[in-house]
Design a protein around this ligand. Structure first.
Ligand SMILES: *Cc1c(COP(=O)(O)O)cnc(C)c1O
Length: 464
């Protein structure tokens, strides 16, 4: 929690043992300033919003970063809004190369981190383990960056055809897909072992890009502003001045919705944030009861919205810090208590801030997802994925009659064909580009579950 400048944080956030950094002071944006951004394209709006948080960068450089990050890798309008009915509108966050919302932040980090590294004459070797999706967002973000290499471990033969095609077809020299003879836990254990060897880590400038990097949160704040601006484009001046947006956010690690919380704290008119979980409802329970009770692996279900199958929410600590009056000492005490007893009762604090923070939670089941996919298709002709379906379910359950809800679309339905077929009887049409992806040659390094072999490989291939 030491104050540091944003450029430091971008690199330090990479350390798996680094504490969570929060902005020292939340910058405030007046409504008149938000209005002055209305005519901007997405990359230029991102410069305005991220520039409020990343203050130690030359604005011309930030412009270059955002233009490269939100460029040709995205299809359509970067973040398109699609109306489903009078009350529900989708905010498309999955137009990037891996068809999921992680690209929104990862593409930014893929430009911002190499920029800082270049300024400092440093290099970075990203070591990670993936069971599917987070790894590919990182690979697409850092491909062909000269001062970065990515070593991504995945369990041999345990990913979907689509996931394999997406990751293993990247031809870039600096991307190393390492297919381990084992399961995801074996991959993760090897990463942990190497990260714990500080000498090896320093010698090879190893780091990870984890979900708690503040740069990721900052990049995500931008699309909340974008969605508010697009949702109010058709209103007159008076209508715009009083419009408050409600967002429904399919949630796992609390990263996406924390960015929405920060947008509201910065001055974006937010009426409510609806936090949607699947059957793994640790967060739904927290916002309903005030008690945070993380679960272990055995009590985490494998659901049809798998990117939300979490047992503890790594970003929640940031929000709890706000709840505890931005007092690092109280936060440390609370976390010690959580570690000792397995749960943390913050109901009094949540109550106190309820009118300021306005986060309400709901949960969805597999059958709810199927029903939401069917309803959206029947109502609008659109096809949504099961994560977005969790958001739609909770939006329909919690929306007040006067309320319009912006549901964040966190993935494309083509990534989760089985559930879409179960709901609709057919799958979302696969475009030419996707069909082409499945046919491309794949390239992996097959490796035994042996950390010495991994060490040797990294030593030989790391960027220096
Ligand atoms: C990561 C992810 C989520 C959850 O986002 P958090 O920031 O972890 O809350 C939801 N949907 C999809 C498709 C994701 O990939």
């Amino acid at each position: 929690m030491e104050p540091a400048n944003f450029s430091d944080i971008l690199l330090e956030g990479l350390a798996p043992d680094g504490g969570l950094v929060v902005p020292k002071e939340v910058p405030h944006v007046e409504l008149s300033e938000i209005e002055s951004w209305r005519g901007l394209a997405y990359p230029q709006l991102a410069v305005k919003v991220i520039g409020k948080l990343w203050t130690d960068i030359d604005i011309a450089d930030l412009e270059g970063i955002c233009e490269r990050a939100y460029g040709a890798q995205f299809s359509n309008d970067i973040v398109p809004l699609r109306k489903i009915d009078e009350q529900i509108t989708l905010v498309g966050l999955s137009e990037g190369p891996t068809l999921a919302f992680k690209d929104m932040a990862m593409q930014f980090l893929g430009e911002a981190i190499p920029y800082v590294l270049t300024k400092r004459g440093q290099t970075l070797n990203i070591l990670g383990a993936t069971s599917g999706d987070t790894g590919s967002a990182a690979e697409y973000a850092f491909r062909s960056q000269p001062n970065v290499a990515v070593f991504m471990l995945s369990p041999q033969g345990r990913m979907s055809e689509f996931q394999r095609a997406q990751m293993y077809s990247l031809p870039d020299e600096n991307i190393h897909n390492i297919a381990v003879e084992g399961v995801f836990d074996d991959c993760q254990n090897m990463v942990k072992e190497l990260n714990g060897d500080l000498e090896f880590k320093a010698a090879n400038t190893l780091g990870t890009v984890n979900s708690i990097n503040l740069g990721r949160v900052a990049a995500q704040v931008a699309y909340y502003f974008w969605a508010w601006l697009r949702a109010t484009d058709a209103l007159d001046e008076a209508g715009r001045a009083e419009f408050e947006a409600t967002f429904s956010v399919p949630s796992g690690n609390f990263g996406n919705i924390f960015s929405g919380h920060l947008a509201g704290q910065m001055g974006l008119p937010v009426r409510r944030l609806l936090l949607a979980t699947n059957e793994n409802n640790v967060l739904e329970e927290f916002f309903r009861t005030g008690v945070y009770r993380p679960r272990n692996r055995e009590n985490t279900l494998a659901t049809s919205s798998p990117s939300m199958d979490i047992s503890k929410a790594s970003n929640l600590e940031r929000f709890v810090y706000h709840l505890l009056g931005s007092d690092a000492h109280r936060l440390r005490e609370a976390w010690e208590k959580l570690d000792a007893t397995g749960s943390l009762d913050l109901s009094a604090e949540l109550e106190r801030f309820a009118s300021e923070f306005r986060i309400v939670s709901g949960k969805s089941t597999h059958n709810d997802r199927l029903a939401a996919i069917t309803w959206v298709h029947e109502t609008s002709g659109e096809i949504i994925d099961p994560h977005t379906a969790d958001g739609v379910t909770v939006a329909r359950e919690l929306a007040e009659p006067v309320e319009n809800v912006l549901v964040l679309e966190t993935a494309k339905p083509q990534k989760f064909a089985d559930t879409v077929i179960e709901a609709l009887g057919f799958e979302a049409p696969v475009g030419e580009e996707l069909a082409d992806l499945l046919g491309r040659p794949q390239r992996t390094v097959d490796m035994a579950d042996d950390s010495q072999v991994l060490r040797d490989y990294i030593t030989e291939h790391a960027v220096r």
